[in-house]
Design a protein around this ligand. Structure first.
Ligand code: DC
Length: 228
């Protein structure tokens, strides 16, 4: 059976990675979290950039030194590796998320990440999630999903995630952060996020995870059957 490319795009805190991981497991495909790649660039910047230097010139000098990869853990989960170091926990903070939003607006950073992502998907059999997967990375993906949910519901989900990590979030700030990030993701000059006409839209505001999963698996199986 042909192994296809599944491109999943959508706003932050929409549950993209949950659905992408579950679909990859169902299909026996590789899962790639492209947000983790921009987050790794962000972490590298936070840890290494001299205070007196601006982000863009710093990355212009150092982007070639970053090697981002993923390792599969014994429990099947994936951890992000930055130059061989496991940074999975470190890249999930609000601070790194905000810097990731900034570095992901830089054209040469995006081109470096997109080239790595396209190389990972060359053979098909991949589920990749991000903001530009169906538009820039794999415009010919056999299946494109566009996930969305209301900003309030996404802020609530993020609030709970941060609390579970031991952080002390303030709801108004989390909601403002979700709105700011949506604005930046959809209005930046380089590869702004947008829904393509051929994407299947999944609004999961009022769907349970199980309902969403059933729906996405059904769409995937139908698309597989259509392949020659
Ligand atoms: O999905 P996430 O929150 O882990 O993404 C982190 C940041 O990276 C977010 O601001 C959007 C950006 N991003 C992007 O521009 N393109 C992608 N393919 C994935 C993420």
């Amino acid at each position: 059976m042909k192994k296809i490319i599944v491109a999943i795009d959508g706003f932050s805190s929409c549950g993209k990675s949950t659905i992408a991981k579950a679909l990859a497991k169902h299909a026996g495909y590789r899962y790639v979290d492209t947000g983790a790649m921009y987050r790794s660039v962000a972490l590298y910047t936070i840890e290494n950039k001299p205070a007196e230097m601006a982000v863009e010139p710093f990355l212009e000098q150092h982007i070639g030194e970053l090697n981002i990869d993923f390792s599969v853990q014994p429990d099947g989960s994936q951890h992000t590796l930055l130059n061989g170091r496991d940074v999975e926990a470190l890249i999930r903070t609000l601070e790194v998320g905000n810097m990731a939003s900034q570095v992901s607006t830089i054209g040469f950073v995006r081109r470096a990440m997109v080239a790595q992502q396209q190389a990972m998907g060359r053979e098909g059999g991949i589920v990749m999630d991000g903001r530009d997967i169906g538009t820039v990375v794999f415009p010919n993906a056999e299946l494109k999903l566009f996930l969305t949910a209301s900003p309030e519901i996404r802020a609530e989900r993020r609030f709970k995630e941060l609390e579970a990590k031991g952080e002390h979030p303030v709801m108004e700030e989390v909601l403002a952060d979700v709105n700011d990030r949506d604005y930046r993701d959809t209005h930046r000059a380089e590869s702004p996020m947008h829904q393509t006409e051929d994407a299947v839209v999944v609004d999961n505001s009022y769907m349970t995870p199980a309902e969403q999963m059933d729906y996405v698996i059904r769409v995937f199986e139908e698309r597989i059957k259509e392949q020659k």
